[in-house]
Design a protein around this ligand. Structure first.
Ligand code: ZN
Length: 227
């Protein structure tokens, strides 16, 4: 990545963070303006592709949108809270979600862009999402949040968190690192991380919703910026 590109990215990330904080989200807006706010490139996480976990082909090729997403939407799968934290389980779970979305919901492919397992393994959801993320300038049209599928990245966190349980430590750490990487690649401010219930009438993502301010703070920390 060129220095020029990095500088443009920094300006966008910090500018958006300041605006978002001032507009609606009760996070410190003054901190952003008081200190130099230079994002640092976060570590690139390992994300397993559709080929690696054995995804089916979508019914039709994915729709690639020539725009960046402007936010991240966090979900839970509402599946049982497995104690199998293996990579094999993460792969099987990705296949189960895809089967459900294609065979029961009648969708073209998995609805979400990415999945985060209880063992903290990240997998691509809808085909094309990983290439788009690595490129940083386009996104795949998805089916995870009504009204947000052309402008947000949807992450399914495996498990049920509406019954008082919370993500595992590995899953939470993985979510923070992954959100930081998405924010960096797409120039999204950490303040633009939401839960499914911010947009649709749903209990999703359960107890993760109350943790979103913490998630935003941790993501900002990974990027070395104040929000
Ligand atoms: Zn959801």
């Amino acid at each position: 990545m060129s220095d020029r590109h990095i500088l443009a990215r920094r300006a966008l990330l910090t500018g958006a963070a300041g605006l978002a904080a001032a507009a609606a989200i009760p996070l410190s807006a003054t901190a952003a303006s008081a200190k130099p706010n230079k994002p640092k490139e976060p570590k690139k996480p390992r994300i397993y592709s559709c080929e690696e976990w054995g995804a089916r082909q979508p019914v039709d090729p994915p729709t690639i949108l020539q725009n960046r997403p402007n936010k991240i939407v966090v979900h839970h799968t509402a599946y049982p809270n497995t104690l199998d934290f293996s990579l094999d389980y993460a792969f099987q779970n990705s296949r189960d979600i895809q089967d459900l979305h294609m065979d029961n919901n009648g969708w073209n492919d998995s609805g979400q862009h990415f999945t985060n397992s209880r063992g903290g393994f990240l997998t691509e959801g809808r085909r094309g999402s990983l290439d788009a993320l690595l490129g940083g300038t386009t996104m795949v049209q998805s089916a995870h949040t009504v009204g947000q599928n052309t402008q947000s990245i949807g992450i399914e966190n495996d498990g049920s968190y509406h019954l008082g349980e919370l993500p595992t430590h590995k899953q939470w750490k993985s979510l923070i690192g992954f959100c930081a990487y998405i924010c960096w690649q797409y120039e999204i401010a950490p303040t633009e991380i939401y839960g499914h219930q911010d947009f649709n009438a749903t209990l999703c993502p359960g107890g993760i919703q109350d943790r979103l301010p913490w998630l935003r703070e941790q993501v900002a920390k990974k990027l070395h910026i104040a929000i």
